[in-house]
Design a protein around this ligand. Sequence first.
Ligand code: BG6
Length: 478
Amino acid sequence: MRKLRGDFLWGGATAANQFEGAWNIDGKGPSTSDMCTNGTHQTPKRITREIEEGTLYPSHEAIDFYHHYKEDIALFAEMGFKVFRLSIAWTRIFPTGMETEPNEAGLKFYDDVFDECRKYGIEPLVTISHYEMPYGLTKAYNGWAGRECIDHFMRYCEVIFERYKDKVKYWLTFNEINAGTMPMGNFLSLGILNDGTENFTDQVDIPQLRYQGLHHQFVASAKAVKLAHQKYPNFLMGNMICFMTMYPNSCNPDDILETQKQMQMRNWFCSDIQVRGEYPSYAERFFEENNIQIQMEPGDEEILKEGCVDFYTFSYYMSNCVAKNPTGEETSGNLMGGLRNPYLESSEWGWQIDPKGLRYTLNAIYDRYQIPLMVVENGLGAKDKIEEDGSIQDDYRIDYLRKHIEQMKEAVADGVDLMGYTPWGCIDLVSASTGEMAKRYGFIYVDKYDDGTGTLERKKKKSFGWYKKVIASNGEEL
Ligand code: BG6
């Protein structure tokens, strides 16, 4: 039976805006995420058009990786990480997105981070754009709604590819690019801020603009991949999808068809373009029925064909049920919820825990594309408690991860080509959906709280030692 590769890439995942802090230091400009206040599961984050005095913006300090990177990378190395997924903050390199010359201090910071990784033999896996872009581009063009962003993005890619060509081999273009298929993706993923939008979870949505923005991202992603293939043959270029596994709520053919339809437009649409190089035929009907006309420029179709990714990556947290006429209990998820599955339990944030769904999903993706896959996010957001002896006994997290790794191994035995696994938030960081610190994913606890207080001290949780053993045994000791 097939087993995990000998060179399996074990590691952890983060994103600049959720952990770096130092939001306006060394020439960094404000990003879209810097305009978001904190929220909770019940109260949505607000999007402010200007920075308000006295308001708490979680990304501004986050967990201050900017000044703790040496300590943090040393801890990752102690766990035995082979790979570390992080993103570059575009605004450290081009503060408004529109400069012609890059900001040297920003470039230097990532040089230092990548050198520190290399010191321990950790391979960086870099997301070029993870849920943030220069706020300057939102103000100038309404984010990716403006085609101009393609050129600004390409200038950014040219600079970072050339600068880090000897330090970074694995690149992902856009984090969870399929967020743009949902109204929440407007500001989160496309930097689109329509008049009237105030809340993160209830944004004014103009589907025509959103899908046009997504088209610009597809072209930009393909151009970046094409450039890498032409100029940097050692690079491996990946996409990144938020995989929201869906099961039909019943065997009623209406539910089956509804699930298939949603799977197509939510989960497969973006990767069909990024892996196969063209819009899938099912999208035509969706666009027609929703009155969406994608404006293509001459050459766009060729670029999509020439910029197909080398490997497919995705996040997997939960699964949901889908019905044609949904009735019954609803559940939450990172980008969308669905109906409750009576066979599954949920996290404190209402995300249904479904390890076998990961095996199912890996098989489904591999059947479709037959290129190497990587799980670049997975994990349990939970409240952690510090015991009297100072320890953090996060057995619930160990249990979640163990069950998912078991299913990953099953999928490999099923024949899936899996490159690696980077659980989300390997160190506690700010939640993307709510801006909370209380929702923790890490193997490493950070003394930082929802009200912005905390010493930022790092502390190993029980899961730290557990994951170290998992890596050392290449997944045999779970
Ligand atoms: C993914 C994102 O959707 O899920 C991450 O790529 C995010 O940025 C993660 O943090 C977990 O979601 P949340 O809302 O719990 O932080």
